[in-house]
Design a protein. Structure first.
Length: 114
């Protein structure tokens, strides 16, 4: 059974929006920090947004002001609202704890192209 399942990706034009979801098979109540990562072709996986149980969030400079991370502990789900998407946001997006565990989901593909 997959522990983390990401969804919500797709093809969107530059300037568009997407909302990603990450469903956890286990309770996230005790997960101090959850994060969204992405991996573009030929590049290393990078952390783009993180959120603590307190609700405090941090973002990579490249997405600051455009992406918003949130979490719903009752639903064991994390979200990433992505606005003003750019072609350079094209990547497979994953969620995991921060620091990341070895258990990665399949990710969800986000493609930003006209």
């Amino acid at each position: 059974q997959e522990q983390l399942v990401e969804s919500g990706g797709g093809l969107v034009q530059p300037g568009g929006s997407l909302r990603l979801s990450c469903a956890s098979a286990i309770s996230i109540l005790r997960v101090n920090v959850m994060g969204w990562y992405r991996q573009a072709p030929g590049k290393q996986r990078e952390l783009v947004a993180a959120i603590a149980t307190s609700g405090r969030a941090n973002y990579a400079n490249s997405v600051q002001g455009r992406f918003t991370i949130s979490r719903d502990n009752a639903r064991n789900t994390a979200y990433l609202q992505m606005n003003s998407l750019k072609p350079e946001d094209t990547a497979v997006y994953y969620c995991n704890w921060v620091p990341a565990t070895q258990f990665w989901g399949q990710g969800t593909q986000v493609t930003v192209s006209s």
